[in-house]
Design a protein around this ligand. Sequence first.
Ligand SMILES: [Zn+2]
Length: 351
Amino acid sequence: MQFKDIKGQRVLINRLTEIIDSGRVSHAQMFLGPTTSGSLALAIAYAQYLNCENKQHYGEGAELRADSCGQCPNCRKYEQLMHSDLHFVFPSATTTTVSSKPCSEDFQEEFRDFLNEYHQVGSEDEWYARLGIENKQGMIREKDADNLVRTLALKSYEGGYKVVVMWLAERMNLDAANKLLKTLEEPTDKTLLLLVAESRDRMLQTILSRVQLVVVKDLGMGIPEERRAEFAQMFVSWMRLLFKLDMQTLSAWVDQTATIGRESQKRFLQFVQESLRACFLKTVAGIELPGELVFGDEKFDIFFPSMITVNNIEQMNQAVNDAAYAIERNANAKITFMQLSFTMSKMIKKR
Ligand SMILES: [Zn+2]
């Protein structure tokens, strides 16, 4: 992926390309930020830029001052995630096909498919769903660390940087982390280890102190394009139900929403917040809904925004925030969405 394909993060990207251009690439880095920040996509784009044979520069004033070319042989292989010097390590668990001692090597193809399908912003839940192990906790084990150390010790195939991207590095168990320490301390030439993690708290201090941190802020723009239509549909039917407050249909909607998984629920709530904000701007300032937020239902697009006013926007926003916080902390999804529905229904009528 080129930097231009990543949403937002322009300031950070410009800093990253500047560091690469100045030749000060640190051999072990940690991209720290929530999945929705695009931290994984950034790490991969970073490695692509580093290996690009024809780096593009657009000048000081440009929003994006530099990017990989997307055309050279290295870029083309990176775009397909098939570069022989690009390796992925990630949490795994036993599945129906791998019944003992699972490791990342066993699931490389599934992982590439997953990256492609979710445009490199898929969540941990979505990854486990792809492996068919929704109820298990994946882990990065000693075997993964062994493979990683061996990979970095080999000569690069294509003469450029050899890169290992470890996604969800906080899922390393203690054995794996200990194996990694030596590699972090004694780098080999032209190797790059990019750890991608969501939580600083869950990382071992011994690892944290040996990597250069790249903090990736969540810009709240991580809703993948292909899910927007689905969320828009959920939003439209939900808002209609809130007007009617027909309990039977509403509880069917809540039941359905409770099944989509925690990560998707959080993203949906993020979509709801974006939508409410856009509707509010339309009501108070006449600003048209942005293209990605047109709900695809003509009547709704015309009439709904006027329901969101200065009298209810703040309270609705707070209610959605509270629900997202509850979901984050494993609260019961049915209860959370039912409560939120009642609050929202009241608020809408307060316009
Ligand atoms: Zn290139």
